[in-house]
Design a binder for this molecule. Structure first.
Ligand SMILES: Cc1cc2nc3c(=O)[nH]c(=O)nc-3n(C[C@H](O)[C@H](O)[C@H](O)COP(=O)(O)OP(=O)(O)OC[C@H]3O[C@@H](n4cnc5c(N)ncnc54)[C@H](O)[C@@H]3O)c2cc1C
Length: 552
């Protein structure tokens, strides 16, 4: 936490120097002692601190000052520094005024001038006041703060973006948290939401993720125009390709339309990744992998979606939505898959407002004490159920089939069954959803009898199979009818619509129908859809990139 402020206020230069010197001597290692010479200057300092949410522990003000007395200043200081302790410096003649101020403005103490020796007359009082302040403020938060409405999709996207980029943030709901209203008033109530307040006090109203990424110092544009290797997608496959590419001397950039980590970052606990006997969270895995890639020299570009892939001779051109582009001698496409949308009336308009595709580890707290519904029967749905059940009152897993075992690993089935606040409803679907401004109810349907039941529901998480994120490729690369990318022997064998293999040599393993463009991870046809296999493919794509570069 940043060092809290002790503010001294006195118009008399000698007294001001003396009190500041004595406080610095004892507290300077733990607090920043700041000096003001008038009430107005002191209020300016306090307001600047409030905008940055910088903690103020103590204000020590002389009473007799022209323009604004110490008592008036200490009274007004409650606005910008509500939690600070307040001490008045007085002469003997002002004792009565000081005593009255204890009741009138909640003065914590008054100190008679002179306070020498400080060991006896200053420090015991200030020690006690700072001790009380520290007890009350040990929880203070000094990261990014996000203020918004509970059911706002934009607030949700902002929070997810911060979480996926491993930026610590505090979420303040206007509907529930008085601090949210205070910050909104402080930074302009008419500004667009969400309001994001950075640790240095910069306020951003209604920013999109790209602006937010830049404000946080994350790279959103490429440093160069030509790379040996550009990796599109920074999930496990893309990050592994970036780690191997950069560590093996290729000038490498890895681009993600959102943040590093991919789907794996949504996993509350990955239990089947080699070397982690107790499992590890997806967020932790992706944070380690992203910092490893950066440390080894890969350039990480976030909040930038790739929209097309062109070819110019032996150079591949990676095109962004804003018309900018970068060139690459070789490309690895690792854009993964995304969840299929649930097709029931009344759900689409509540996406992000109670209806979510996939779940992030950060979601659970928002569901505290409430009922949650999950659609899906694969491992991802089981993991989400167990994770959300730590905070939600009750989690109901809605499964179309007649047994969980058909699609979920046995160890997860057993854990789901053991969890007392998780219910499993087999052969159950969703007929429709509804609500004003956010999801409030679901109509469940028994798939055998057709019987319907309406339930109150604020939260629905959907995990129902995946489709590859490859529409942006158009017909640049051969894909199967569902959109998965063909690689290696499949390129020649299947003869799908789309470009044919143009060379006499056979495609390398993981190479697509365009020489020099490789695919790795979930986006590839017949891939295993697991973290370990995505990492394996991403890593081995790089040895094929080397083999390709030797041929051109
Ligand atoms: C909730 C959940 C739990 C899971 N649990 C496990 C588990 O326990 N064990 C396990 O082995 N597997 C698990 N999986 C599966 C595993 O996460 C995936 O198999 C793995 O993440 C695939 O990695 P990938 O790199 O191929 O793709 P992804 O992880 O999907 O990453 C693709 C990346 O590409 C980016 N991208 C997409 N399009 C573009 C574009 N046009 N431009 C730029 N970037 C783009 C995306 O933003 C994304 O970051 C889980 C999945 C989920 C959703």
């Amino acid at each position: 936490m940043a060092r809290a402020i002790i503010l001294t206020v006195d118009d008399d230069a000698a007294v001001s120097q003396a009190i500041t010197r004595d406080l610095r001597a004892r507290y300077g290692d733990r607090y920043r002692v700041v000096q003001a010479t008038s009430g107005d200057e002191a209020l300016e300092v306090l307001e600047a601190m409030a905008r940055r949410d910088h903690p103020v522990a103590l204000v020590v003000a002389d009473h007799r000052m022209p323009e604004m007395t110490g008592i008036e200043l200490l009274g007004r200081s409650k606005g910008p520094a509500p939690g600070a302790k307040r001490v008045l410096l007085t002469a003997y003649a002002d004792t009565d005024v000081a005593i009255r101020a204890i009741n009138e403005i909640g003065l914590d103490h008054y100190l008679m001038k002179p306070w020498a020796p400080p060991d006896e007359r200053l420090y015991p009082v200030v020690d006690e006041l700072l001790g009380r302040w520290e007890d009350a403020n040990s929880f203070r938060f000094d990261g990014v703060r996000v203020v918004g409405n509970r059911w706002s999709e934009r607030s949700y996207e902002t929070r997810m973006f911060l979480a996926r980029n491993h930026v610590t943030y505090q979420w303040l709901e206007l509907e529930r948290d008085p601090e949210a209203a205070r910050l909104q008033a402080l930074f302009g109530a008419s500004g667009e939401l969400p309001l994001v307040v950075l640790p240095d006090g910069t306020a951003l109203h209604g920013v999109d993720v790209r602006e937010l990424a830049s404000a946080l110092g994350l790279r959103t544009t490429a440093e160069s125009t030509l790379y040996d290797l550009v990796v599109i997608g920074a999930g496990p496959a893309g990050l592994a390709a970036a780690v191997y590419g950069a560590s093996e001397g290729l000038k490498t950039a890895v681009i993600d339309r959102d943040a590093p980590g991919g789907q794996a970052a949504q996993s509350a606990r990955i239990e089947n990744y080699l070397g982690f006997p107790r499992g590890l969270s997806g967020a932790s895995l992706s944070m380690r992998a992203a910092s490893q890639a950066r440390r080894l020299g890969a350039e990480m570009i976030v909040a930038r979606g790739v929209e097309a892939l062109d070819v110019r001779g032996s150079v591949h051109t990676v095109c962004f939505g804003d018309g900018t582009q970068i060139d690459a001698r070789a490309v690895v496409v690792a854009t993964g898959v995304s969840y299929r949308l649930l097709d029931a009336p009344g759900l689409a308009e509540h996406t992000g407002r109670g209806v979510f595709y996939g779940a992030s580890a950060n979601d659970a707290r928002a569901t505290e004490g409430e009922d949650v519904y999950i659609v899906g029967a694969a491992n991802s749905a089981g993991q989400a159920a167990l994770h959300l059940a730590r905070h939600a009152r009750r989690v109901t897993l809605l499964v179309r089939g007649d047994a969980l075992e058909r699609s979920m690993s046995q160890y997860l089935v057993e854990r789901v069954r053991k969890r007392s606040n998780v219910d499993v409803r087999l052969r159950t679907g969703i007929a429709r959803g509804g609500g004003e401004g956010h999801l409030e109810r679901l109509v469940l349907v028994d798939l055998d009898s057709g019987a319907e039941e309406e339930v109150a529901a604020n939260w629905l998480y959907v995990f129902i199979g995946a489709q590859p994120r490859t529409d942006w490729l158009g017909d640049a690369i051969a894909r199967d009818e569902r959109g998965f990318i063909l690689t290696g022997p499949d390129v020649a064998l299947r003869g799908r619509p789309g470009p044919a293999w143009p060379l006499r040599r056979a495609p390398l393993p993981l190479e697509t129908s365009r020489p020099g463009v490789f695919a790795a991870g979930d986006v590839r046809l017949d891939s295993m859809k697991r973290v370990a296999s995505a990492v394996g493919e991403g890593s081995s794509s790089v040895s094929n990139v080397h083999a390709y570069l030797e041929t051109v």
